[in-house]
Design a protein around this ligand. Structure first.
Ligand code: 2NL
Length: 338
């Protein structure tokens, strides 16, 4: 049988109209004056005489099937419109399309689940923060240039409020309100005054983690984050730590994972280095502990922070972070079932 006709027969056999409009489109496509069947019948003269009879038979079959389909759905839509209709209880139920979790939610849930397995509790707090919880308690003195990196949206009140630039502010609240041992993970939306591009937005999502107890060391930090990287990406994942700076940790580091796309050999994703940066971390600066009324002589701790968009971009190979907040269903639909 002619391949084209086969494909059309298949299309007709799987077709389901969800609305009158869809059915009308189906009718126009196949049975309309300028539809496919008119076209196929019109081609009869182009067919070799020996094959014409079979060709005619197939096109006819196609027509019968299209008419049957049309009749099947037409009756179901029309009877629906009748006043006093009580419903044909044998009709199949209406198709309810399944929704999907947003990729940011998927990744956030995965991160919190991994840390909750080793005793971290989720903490949340306000997005509109005072200066103390967002900056001063975290060792950003007023007028210090470190604040420039975290320019945000200020609300002109006295004292001033602003949109939080990280969820460390939540962890400051946890430290102020509880006693060590503290193991907490703070997911949430944060804001920065950024020029919007494929890599930066004026808001994004973060997960920060904090662990405070007696004798918490850099080795604990490293092993905890290695466990996380293996669970989040793959059991083969390696990590490396590079020295860095944050006002609230000392020492501070950026953590890279071995590139999951090329296995560390070098590719576009890792810019041919074999490594991809995924988070910042460090030992909590004793000054921060003291700000939150925790004895920095007795207790120590580590903290880390990561951007959820960044992890999602790596996991799902997404090149532009603006797509996360455009609400385009063609993008969101792709996460059904994850
Ligand atoms: C990054 C780096 C980091 C923290 C966040 C933190 C919180 C408290 C005290 C000390 Cl309460 N530190 N959080 C520490 C190091 C890095 O985030 O790149 N985030 C997207």
């Amino acid at each position: 049988m002619d391949d084209k006709i086969k494909v059309l027969l298949e299309e007709i056999s799987v077709f389901k109209a969800e609305s009158k409009e869809q059915l009308e489109q189906f009718r126009i496509r196949f049975l309309g004056k300028k539809g496919l069947l008119t076209d196929l019948f019109g081609r009869m003269k182009e067919i070799e005489p020996a094959l014409r009879k079979d060709y005619g038979k197939w096109v006819n079959e196609l027509k019968v099937k299209a008419e049957e389909k049309l009749g099947e759905f037409r009756s179901s839509f029309e009877s629906n419109d009748e006043p006093g209709y009580e419903g044909d209880l044998t009709l199949p139920g209406e198709n309810i399309p399944l929704g999907a979790l947003h990729p940011i939610s998927i990744v956030r849930n995965r991160i919190t689940e991994i840390f909750s397995r080793i005793g971290f509790y989720v903490s949340e707090g306000p997005e509109i923060e005072d200066d103390w919880h967002n900056f001063s308690a975290l060792n950003f003195p007023e007028e210090h240039p470190a604040r420039d990196m975290q320019d945000t949206f200020f609300i002109n009140l006295s004292p001033p409020y602003s949109l939080r630039t990280h969820t460390s502010s939540v962890q400051v609240r946890v430290m102020e309100n509880s006693k060590p041992p503290i193991r907490t993970i703070s997911p949430g939306r944060v804001y920065r005054n950024e020029a919007i591009s494929a890599r930066a937005h004026c808001f994004f999502h973060q997960v920060e983690g904090l662990y405070i107890d007696e004798n918490v060391s850099f080795a604990d930090l490293k092993q905890t984050l290695l466990y996380f990287a293996k669970e989040m990406f793959s059991p083969e994942t390696k990590i490396r730590l590079r020295p860095s700076f944050f006002p609230f940790t000392e020492p501070s580091a950026e953590m890279d994972i071995s590139c999951n796309f090329c296995g560390g050999k070098g590719c576009n994703i890792c810019k041919h280095t074999g490594w991809v940066e995924i988070l910042g971390c460090g030992m909590v600066d004793p000054a921060v502990l003291e700000n939150c009324k925790i004895d920095g002589e007795r207790y120590s701790g580590f903290a880390f922070g990561m951007g959820i968009e960044r992890i999602a971009m790596l996991k799902y190979d997404i090149k532009d972070l603006r797509i996360f907040s455009e609400n385009d269903v063609r993008f969101l639909k792709q996460f059904t079932g994850i």
